[in-house]
Design a protein. Sequence first.
Length: 259
Amino acid sequence: MIAAVGLTFLLLISGASESQSPASRLIGRPDTVEGVEVLPRLTGDTRAARQFEHLTGALDDTGALERTHCMAAAPERSHWSRRVSAPMSGPRFASLVIRDVASCGDAPPNATELRMTYDLTTGDTIDWSNVLPLELIEPRDQADTLDFLYEATVRSKALIAWHADHVLASMDAQTRANCEGRIIDQSQTGGLRIWLDAERGGLAIAPALMGQNADACAQSSIMPTEELRRRGAADELVDAIDTAHRDKGWAAHSSELPL
């Protein structure tokens, strides 16, 4: 009896300790090269923090290597920059937008963007199928699986329909004529890019387009949390977005996050 009481007491103490431990949060890191922002890290010495540092550190290393190759072409005529923003910086989930602009030697400037979303409880990139219902996201083919250094796109007729309804109406007639077919027809895109946007209070959606008119046609729309909840998105996702929206949980630059 005494042993049982003692075990119960220890379990209660352990549970209280876990529940009272501070939640992990994103922290900024100072830039080491002017014009090249460093990805944030996660507080604490946990498996999640180590995994997050492994993934974001790999993106930092890849960027540094690309910059080295670019600048080697003709240092006096080359430029490579990186901007990292956090449209959602927690709780529970974080999205990062990584924009690189390269002008290497006499080559014309080229801009690329990654939108990465992480589950801060594991430190891994998010598995959207764990938080969005089948109505909103189609299962990925094995061939679609990408390395963590690349942005994973999704396929969804429901999200395309939502996006088209909300974004086409805001376009002028000429842009709409150029973009409508490309946006609605999944075969003309590389899938959809989705990420969390706390400032706008929902799930951001944009088609992954390449080639002519890509920038004009790839503007994003927002599915707000009330719509996400109505369609069956996980409570932990919707609640996290609402909390981040209320608490201004976003940053235009990674270095603006608390150090």
